[in-house]
Design a protein around this ligand. Structure first.
Ligand SMILES: Cc1cc2nc3c(=O)[nH]c(=O)nc-3n(C[C@H](O)[C@H](O)[C@H](O)COP(=O)(O)OP(=O)(O)OC[C@H]3O[C@@H](n4cnc5c(N)ncnc54)[C@H](O)[C@@H]3O)c2cc1C
Length: 349
């Protein structure tokens, strides 16, 4: 294993290439770098050198299960503000206790802030960050050879001894033999515009979150679906200096991501489902955003070596409650990758 140094390794075989710079890939790269590994984090959400993140992690509610924010608190003590805050929310939707009259404690991460701060932390830790889409993954040809990651649009391939698929809905295109329980849905949210000084639920609206996330039941039904199905989990959360309302989830039969669903239809369905809980949202001005989201139909994320693949290929995807689960799962997977990297045939640098 070579000693890591700042921005080491985007040129020769890196010790670990993490594909996907959302929540999962970003926190995993952080843990790997802390173990002293040379890490390249590769994300194709933008072109050139500027990151832009129209991914699930960016548009997420970012809500964390009650009492599960401890790992985020630790991360922030160590690395500075990553957008995690203790909050109160009013539960809405079917099953809301006491009709949502009383706020409950929770915590959440502001996805926009996280996507701004995490790259700075990674840079300080010496992670090499590349903004390019990986078009093809080529397994090692012969013993002692690295994996090759071919960028889309041509250009030189990146070589790596260990590769982690943390590309969420983009994982299957890179390795089609991934287990069938890894699936994709399309999520839609409304980014709301203020009207004068006002917001839909008053000057300082309280955060609203679903009492129960119905998309989890929809995800569990995914393998049996014969036609597409959708659900709305009503919510209203602060998002930077604006508010986000959502969320509609659409799941199709099969494993393919396919084209985004008709945005006008999805927006209409979302607004109609929100109206009984948050009446102003039926017509409040806002722009509708859609992103693909990966999940596992059995509720257990795909974390570990990819079954049936040559050594050195790992998966880190399919989290249904990602903001709760990823901060704990990332150090565990990083340790396993570190152990494998120590044993791998990487020649000394
Ligand atoms: C509206 C909404 C509300 C949500 N609310 C919550 C919530 O309250 N709590 C919670 O825990 N979860 C919530 N989720 C789910 C959560 O946001 C996601 O599970 C999580 O963000 C997924 O993170 P990820 O890193 O696995 O994937 P992503 O965020 O999808 O990141 C994958 C990255 O991989 C990149 N990529 C893909 N293919 C390639 C390729 N070939 N080459 C290079 N890069 C590639 C993409 O550009 C992307 O940046 C919500 C999601 C949405 C959309």
């Amino acid at each position: 294993m070579r000693a890591a140094h700042p921005n080491d390794g985007c040129n020769d075989p890196v010790e670990v290439a993490v594909i996907g710079g959302g929540l999962a890939g970003g926190l995993l790269a952080l843990e790997l770098a802390q173990l002293g590994l040379g890490v390249a984090l590769i994300d194709g959400a933008s072109s050139g050198t500027t990151p832009s993140h129209p991914c699930a992690s960016h548009w997420s509610y970012g809500a964390i299960a009650p009492l599960a924010g401890g790992r985020w608190a630790q991360l922030q003590r160590r690395h500075g503000d990553l957008g995690w805050r203790r909050r109160c929310f009013r539960p809405i939707g079917p099953g809301a206790p006491l009709a949502g009259r009383f706020p409950l404690p929770c915590s959440r991460v502001d996805g926009g802030l996280l996507q701004h701060r995490l790259p700075q932390v990674l840079e300080r830790l010496g992670v090499c960050q590349r903004f390019v889409r990986v078009a093809r993954l080529q397994p090692p040809v012969g013993a002692g050879a690295p994996w090759r990651l071919q960028p889309s649009g041509g250009g030189e391939a990146l070589e790596a001894w260990q590769v982690v698929l943390a590309a969420g809905p983009g994982c299957r295109a890179l390795w089609p033999e991934l287990p069938e329980r890894l699936r994709v849905s399309w999520a839609g949210v409304l980014l709301l515009q203020p009207q004068g000084d006002g917001w839909p639920c008053g000057a300082a609206p309280a955060m609203r979150l679903p009492a129960r996330f119905s998309r989890l039941a929809l995800e569990a039904r995914a393998p049996e679906l014969r036609q597409e199905a959708w659900q709305v989990d009503p919510g209203l959360i602060p998002w930077g200096d604006r508010w986000l309302a959502g969320q509609i989830s659409l799941v199709r039969p099969g494993l393919e991501l396919g084209d985004p669903p008709d945005p006008a239809l999805q927006e209409r369905r979302l607004r109609e489902a929100l109206a009984p809980w948050l009446p102003p949202l039926a017509h409040w001005p806002g722009t509708f955003q859609q992103v693909p989201v990966s999940f596992c139909s059995d509720g257990q994320p795909l974390v570990g070596p990819v079954p049936g693949a040559p050594p050195g290929l790992w998966a880190f995807a399919g989290f249904s409650a990602a903001f709760t689960a990823v901060p704990g799962a990332a150090p565990a997977l990083a340790c396993a990758v570190h152990a494998a990297a120590s044993l791998s045939s990487a020649p000394p640098g």
